[in-house]
Design a protein around this ligand. Structure first.
Ligand SMILES: [Zn+2]
Ligand SMILES: [Zn+2]
Length: 426
């Protein structure tokens, strides 16, 4: 999950959603009626046992100690490979984008004709981990505060399970370890290598651990699930003058203020049923209290789930800028970064996965509306049918917060559900 996570929705929002859909006690009933944790714990126990769980937790802790950023992940990769290489899988190095580990289905037959991919991101975020964690970050200024250490730990757990249970997987498995989810979209580079096509991937799954959702519950949605996003950078160029003679200048600060307020009005004019966001978080302008500002720079984000809404903002913002130019004489232009496309879950794959996992005893919750955070998993969905899911980790600090911690008991649920999907493909 990337780009300003938590600031948009966060836990109270989730509480509201759950409340509006069903109410807490109702929720508790649902979760209980599907499986309940003790039931699930029994199943996982029967599959693998406590020592296996400790191994998965150990993977996660080892990775938690060595958080690395963006594409620079030498220690992370070295650790992952040290676990994977002895398991007899085929490793393919994809350069700075990451690497894959491929396990051919040992049972042969139909299973060998199908490949299911599972993706984990590998990068951490640039914040300082506070003291207190027994396996605290050894890299000052970097922390696994988005749970990617947990994602990698779960994928290593799946790898260990596959290697230890030859013939049980219902398909070949391609494990994708990806860099730079938090920054520029390593997923796109992975896709550009053609690796999914080379291995004939027929579907790809991604899981993100997510605090604020009930523990051990898969939270998902068919169709639009996570927002498409890009950052916009607005530049206003006016003309300086003494404020006593401000009419002789062209006030970039004033033009910037008008732009922000009108952009917000533009957003409000959309019907409530259209999921979207436009918000600015940074505004720099002026040099002295008595000089008309000749320049302003405003930075913000636009998020939406479909091209029509992005086009609406594009056309609307252009119109607003031209209007302000006429009124104030200040020139306005904007640049936008290439952001991530929206995560959109194919309804058929959603339904099939829901049935498989609910049948295997996992709690499943369907969100009524998409969320405004972004994810580069969307690039995989353009290559092959792909489903992105959140796995609830219960109450606790939000993602990207220095206080973030992970309830490690959820890791085995993650391994278990990937295993169920791999077996379900038989
Ligand atoms: Zn993140
Ligand atoms: Zn993340």
């Amino acid at each position: 999950m990337s780009l300003g996570a938590g600031s948009v929705s966060g836990q109270s929002e989730w509480a509201k959603r759950v409340g509006s859909v069903s109410g807490q006690s109702e929720w508790a009933k649902r979760a209980g009626s599907v499986s309940g944790q003790s039931e699930w714990a029994k199943r996982v126990g029967s599959v693998s046992g406590k020592s296996f769980e400790n191994k998965v937790i150990g993977f996660r802790r080892a990775l938690h100690r060595v958080p690395e950023l963006d594409f620079e992940l030498p220690r992370t990769r070295a650790f992952l490979l040290s676990v994977l290489e002895p398991l007899g899988c085929e490793i393919r190095d994809l350069g700075k984008a990451g690497f894959t580990a491929y396990f051919a289905a040992a049972s042969g037959g139909a299973a060998a004709k199908k490949t299911i991919a599972f993706r984990s991101d590998m990068d951490a975020i640039p914040i300082r981990e506070p003291a207190g964690c027994a396996f605290r970050s050894e890299h000052e200024g970097a922390m696994h505060a988005c749970g990617h250490d947990g994602h990698m730990g779960m994928l290593l757990g799946l790898a260990a399970w596959i290697a230890g249970h030859p013939g049980e997987a219902g398909a070949n498995a391609l494990l994708v370890f990806q860099a730079a989810e938090e920054t520029t979209g390593g997923a796109k580079l992975i896709c550009d290598t053609g690796v999914l096509r080379d291995y004939g991937v027929s579907r790809i799954y991604g899981i993100h651990l997510w605090p604020g959702y009930p523990e051990n519950t898969v939270v998902c949605r068919p169709g639009a699930f996570m927002a498409g996003t890009f950052v916009i950078n607005v530049i206003a160029e006016g003309r300086a003058a003494h404020i006593a003679e401000y009419q002789k200048g062209a006030d970039a600060l004033e033009a910037g203020c008008l732009f922000v307020l009108r952009a917000y009005e533009l957003e409000k004019a959309l019907p409530a049923s259209v999921f979207r966001l436009i918000r600015f978080g940074e505004f720099q302008s002026g040099s002295a209290s008595n000089i008309v500002a000749d320049r302003a720079r405003i930075t913000g984000a636009i998020r939406a789930y479909d091209d029509e809404t992005f086009d609406y903002f594009k056309t609307g913002l252009e119109k607003i800028m031209r209007g302000i130019e006429t009124e104030t004489g200040v020139k306005l232009r904007y640049e936008k970064s290439e952001g991530y496309p929206a995560v959109v879950n194919p309804p058929a794959l959603y339904e099939e996965t829901r049935k498989t996992l609910a049948g295997a005893g996992f709690s499943w919750f369907e969100l009524k509306s998409p969320i405004l955070q972004a994810e580069d998993f969307s690039y995989y969905q353009r290559e092959a049918p792909g489903l992105f899911m959140h796995l609830g980790t219960g109450e606790g600090a939000r993602l990207h917060s220095p206080e973030y911690t992970l309830d490690e008991s959820v890791l085995m649920t993650g391994v278990g559900l990937m295993r169920a999907l791999l077996i379900g493909g038989k």
